[in-house]
Write a protein that binds this ligand. Sequence first.
Ligand code: PLP
Length: 451
Amino acid sequence: MHYFEYKNDQLYCESVPLRHIAEQVGTPVFVYSRSTLERHFKVFEEPFASVDHLICFSMKACSNIAILHVFSELGGGVDIVSGGELFRALKAGVDPSRVVYSGVGKTASEMDEALAAGILMFNVESEEELDLLDKRAQLLGTTARMAFRVNPDVDPRTHPYISTGMRRNKFGIQFDRATDLYLRAKEMVGIDPVGVDCHIGSQLTELSPFMDAVAKLRGLVEDLRKHDIDIRYLDIGGGLGIPYDEEDPPLPADYGAAILDGVSDLNLKLILEPGRLLTGNAGVMITKVLYLKQGPEKLFVIVDAAMNDLIRPSLYQAYHSVWKVQRKAGESDAGDRIVADIVGPICESGDFLAQARELEQVQSGDLLVLMSAGAYGFSMSSNYNSRPRAAEVLVDNERFYVIRQRETYDDLIRGERLPEGARPHRNRKGVHDVFRGLYRGSDSVQKRPGG
Ligand SMILES: *Cc1c(COP(=O)(O)O)cnc(C)c1O
């Protein structure tokens, strides 16, 4: 359920026509709906109302500080996977006591930062990581609350790149070694083992893998308690899928009921780490058609967004629905349709946003919308081909806010320099002459074509 819909054949986000955003901010641009974000958070949280719980948004899905702020206002925390994410979370005003820290490769300085901030807990993924965390905590004169991320070895039946809870994956500690490792952790001066954690994968469309994982964790918690280890938190991770195309993932209510069924009598604080579910269908990407090109075998719709902006189709064969910002009256039911690959300007054959897609007739200048782009969209974007990254916009009813400016050419080379002593070559025409000549009234190279 989201708030992107047609009114008189114009696509709106809440009460703002997407055309206005494209005209004022340029393309490509990511647009998020605040009402949708809030709705998703509330719908997800509702089934857990009867137990002590904390929803830690897995912020790698969508890490703009304005998005974090929305969830923080609703009482949410975040699941971080790097020092950079901790920095963003603190900038957004997220309470450190609502931050959990996952990831297999935390560095000593990242641990120090999180210890100094006083985060709720570390999800530790190996024995060596535990040793280092103990050392860093002692050096800083504190103790680290932690959970082991255990690998329950269940098959989430999702894309192999996003399955994380099987024996062959790099994540978590081996399930049958967990009790021994907790006993070690308990003896460490800098370590306070307070929780058990798992995260088995992403875009899950069935409940049974979650239930299998929860049953295993339950057994572990009971075993640890027998060993006098006081487990107070149970972190189930994220991973609940969303509909991109024809998928029919479980409803949050059923997901919540299944989890509570497995653990509600354990008297634990539940931690949930949803990412995709909260933001995926709350965001879209608008792009403009540059050219149509008929190849010998295929029709290509060449647009101004590319795999550097939205990599999911190239990386995971992911499907995003494509809608037109302005559809012709009555065009919703068939009419003139084409089958085309929607591709970007990047010099890679893997650069596509949709393949063999049937859609309404389009032409140069039309605005297209890639739906369900709010998770792992902007946050996975890059500057490949020296493309400035897109702008991000948050819509709130009839208003919209630019929550991230489009990058400029200057942003592209920030931090780059010639080796010391190198004599800069002089262009016959300086870069500033070129860009100032093109963008009169602008005294720097801040603008870019189409921007
Ligand atoms: C990515 C990730 C999540 C979120 O997964 P979604 O499929 O987006 O819900 C949660 N926990 C951890 C540890 C992750 O790495």
